[in-house]
Design a protein around this ligand. Structure first.
Ligand SMILES: [Zn+2]
Length: 380
């Protein structure tokens, strides 16, 4: 071996040793990483362990914990007994117990939790639903990935590392967006998306339900929104804006399906925020109710992507009645504090020519200035 090769070999060995030596033994594989983690030595065996649940924990949280126990029982093929012992907090503090111990700790915030695992016990503390939910998500990520499986694996012991974790989210609003307007996702697909969000402790789903390319939510007072607005005559191919694959495309959620999704999300600690994008991006609605636009149409549900000049008419009183009716039905369906109303990409070319829009501008005394046109202020 030449001197150079020897040096390279030596450097490689040094690099490897350094890399392995540097790798901290104090890490766990949990995403997002908890605020405080102290890893000890040894493991706690989850398969077949008893579940003890504080009687002060409310029924919804108990159901959550029981579901986790049932899942562990199922995938391990070993029964995890489940009990609600009286005076659990005291007995647990004495250190004479074994298994999983879930305690209510009102000193913790609503999304906060702690997990203390030694070789005998796994003690979980939280004060409210989301705290227990996130503790369970962390537990699932701490053990074998088969915990997520739908198959029984009696060889898995479902070991948990000895560790002490204190955790709470850094941000109150942790959201993801889902566009079901350009591409329609089935109820099952939306639920899968929510499951994945929950695994990462996200708590808001911004649901984009209406677009130029389709209206996706049943509104009882305006049935044509889904009869006509939910379907388009084809979709452009790639980035060729003049193309059309010729395949009729669409779909929508009934109000019953929306309620089902909202309830499913709630169990995962997720608030669903619906979005009705207006006054632009409204061709789905305009195709169904052309009288709501400046020109009266004809309109069609858009088969291409981009920004359409065809928008709703704020000069017409009927448009406001329409929106009020739509939002009244939405408020019944979504417990969310917020409903998103879009507001992006609304070209003003039609408003400039529309007598109704111009009359509205005049009636409201709106004036253009050197920053914005009167039509821009009409939207604001
Ligand atoms: Zn108009």
């Amino acid at each position: 071996m030449t001197k150079t090769l020897k040096l390279i070999a030596l450097a490689c060995v040094a690099f490897c040793v350094f890399t392995f030596a540097k790798k901290p033994s104090t890490e766990i594989n949990v995403i997002p990483y908890p605020q405080s983690v102290e890893v000890g030595k040894g493991v706690f065996k989850g398969a077949g362990a008893n579940f003890n649940c504080d009687q002060n924990i409310d029924a919804d949280c108990v159901t959550l914990i029981r579901d986790f126990a049932d899942q562990l029982t199922y995938v391990s093929g070993r029964v995890n007994s489940f009990a609600l012992p009286v005076g659990l907090a005291k007995t647990a503090a004495e250190g004479s117990m074994k298994g999983f111990i879930f305690l209510k700790d009102n000193a913790l915030g609503p999304e906060e939790y702690s997990i203390d695992i030694n070789k005998k016990t796994c003690v979980v503390k939280a004060s409210a639903y989301n705290g227990f939910l996130y503790a369970l998500q962390t537990l699932k990520q701490l053990t074998d990935v088969e915990i997520f499986s739908d198959k029984v694996d009696p060889d898995q012991k479902f070991l948990f590392p000895v560790v002490s974790i204190k955790d709470k989210p850094r941000f109150a609003y942790r959201g993801m967006h889902l566009d079901c307007a350009r591409h329609f996702f089935s109820v099952e697909e939306v639920k899968k998306y929510l499951d994945i969000m929950a695994a990462y402790k996200l708590n808001r789903m911004h649901w984009h339900l209406t677009e130029d390319q389709g209206w996706r939510i049943e509104i009882k007072k305006y049935p044509k929104l889904t009869q006509i607005g939910a379907f388009r005559n084809g979709t452009m191919v790639g980035k060729d804006f003049n193309s059309n694959d010729g395949i009729r495309y669409g779909g929508y959620y009934t109000q019953e399906q929306v309620k089902d999704i909202v309830a499913y999300a709630q169990k995962l600690g997720i608030t669903v925020i619906p979005e009705i994008d207006l006054p632009g991006h409204m061709l789905g609605a305009l195709a169904a109710y052309p009288e709501l636009g400046c020109t009266g149409g004809p309109y069609e549900v858009w088969t291409r992507w981009g920004v359409s000049d065809q928008v709703m008419c704020p000069g017409k009183e009927d448009m406001f009645i329409f929106l009020e009716d739509v939002f009244t039905e939405l408020m019944e369906l979504f417990p969310s504090e917020y409903i998103h109303i879009g507001g992006d990409e609304c070209p003003k070319t039609e408003w400039e020519k529309c007598p109704d829009c111009q009359a509205r501008i005049k009636a409201l005394g709106i004036k253009a200035d050197d920053k914005h046109s009167a039509e821009q202020y009409l939207q604001n």
